[in-house]
Write a protein that binds this ligand. Structure first.
Ligand code: C2E
Ligand code: CA
Ligand code: CA
Ligand code: CA
Length: 286
């Protein structure tokens, strides 16, 4: 291929391209039966920063690849978004979550615990899904078929996705809101800095990105940003959730700012579905 090209075409680059193409192909077959392909869901508690009570659970996708082992979503979700595989995959996630919620609620009810007190579940929705023509109808159909009340589900959407096609997003989000779902803006603070859109969009929750939570107790600039987001939330009567809380000092700083909710390794890592009821009600299995 000539000397000039040889210098550019590094073996590491070649491997990266091959891995990407391999994952694209594997994702294409994985969507037919995600479970058989090694995919499953884990759930991470979102807790009250003062009482420690679990208020909701965020669903996170995991892929134990048969040859490559555990793959992080930061590697394969962007590929699935690029190829469109995230659309059938996202549908499977929503269906699996809704069946899971019904299973939990049934057991909860059997133990005579209040089913309405069961935490809501947050599902990540990618831009590709949101832009699907029949996304709202599909969500409605899954809720109806599984019997899950819309108020039990929160959809997490990143700021950049909302800003991508503002008018279209506004219509879709308003329709989802009308169904009774709750909406959260994920990674808040990392995307567009135009805040006026917050007034127009029917959102309920702001999730403060981990980048600001990291230095909330030690770095003036992180603390200032986090405080600004929390007071913005208070002004617009939105809930604020701090992501990636790992230290007690961060929890205290956030609580003092008036942030109500937090999520992170300090409280719990994401857990398999089987551990959720024991986590919520330790006496159940006694
Ligand atoms: P995200 O929605 O911002 O999810 C939060 C990420 O923070 C998760 O990473 C979670 O495991 C991680 N995390 C939680 N607590 C801590 C902590 O205390 N410290 C640190 N350092 N990290 C913490 P994960 O599961 O690797 O997911 C990464 C991203 O992949 C997610 O970011 C989301 O954008 C995407 N993703 C994951 N599951 C799904 C899914 O089901 N659908 C879609 N569309 N995207 C998903
Ligand atoms: Ca999220
Ligand atoms: Ca996030
Ligand atoms: Ca930071």
């Amino acid at each position: 291929a000539g000397k000039a090209r040889h210098a550019v075409f590094e073996p590491a680059m070649y491997e990266a391209i091959v891995q990407r193409l391999q994952l694209e192909a594997d994702l294409r077959t994985a969507v037919v039966s995600p479970t058989d392909a090694g995919m499953f869901l884990v759930y991470q508690p979102i807790v009250d920063l003062v009482t420690g009570e679990t208020r909701s659970l965020e669903v996170l996708l995991r892929w134990h690849h048969p040859e490559q082992g555990a793959l992080p979503p930061s590697l394969f979700v962007p590929i699935a978004e690029h190829t469109g595989a995230i659309v059938p995959l996202g549908r499977w996630i929503l269906e699996t979550v809704c069946s899971q919620i019904m299973e939990w609620r049934t057991m909860w009810w059997r133990e005579r615990l209040d089913p309405t007190a069961f935490p809501s579940v947050s599902v990540n929705i990618s831009g590709r899904q949101l832009r699907e023509e029949h996304f709202v109808e599909e969500v409605e159909e899954i809720l109806r078929r599984t019997g899950v009340p819309a108020s039990a589900v929160t959809l997490e959407i990143t700021e950049s996705v909302i800003m991508h096609d503002t008018e279209q997003s506004l219509r879709t989000l308003s329709a989802l809101k009308a169904l009774g779902l709750r909406l959260a803006i994920d990674d808040f603070g990392t995307g567009y800095s135009s805040l006026s859109y917050l007034q127009r969009f029917p959102v309920d929750i702001l999730k403060i990105d981990r980048a600001f939570v990291e230095g909330v107790a030690t770095e003036g600039s992180d603390a200032a940003l986090a405080r600004t987001i929390v007071s913005l939330g208070t002004t617009l009567t939105l809930h604020t959730v701090a992501e990636g809380v790992e230290l007690e000092s961060q929890r205290v700083a956030l609580q003092q700012m008036g942030c109500q909710l937090g999520q992170g390794y300090l409280f719990s890592p994401p857990m398999p579905a089987s551990q959720v009821l024991p986590w919520l009600a330790p006496d159940l299995n006694a």
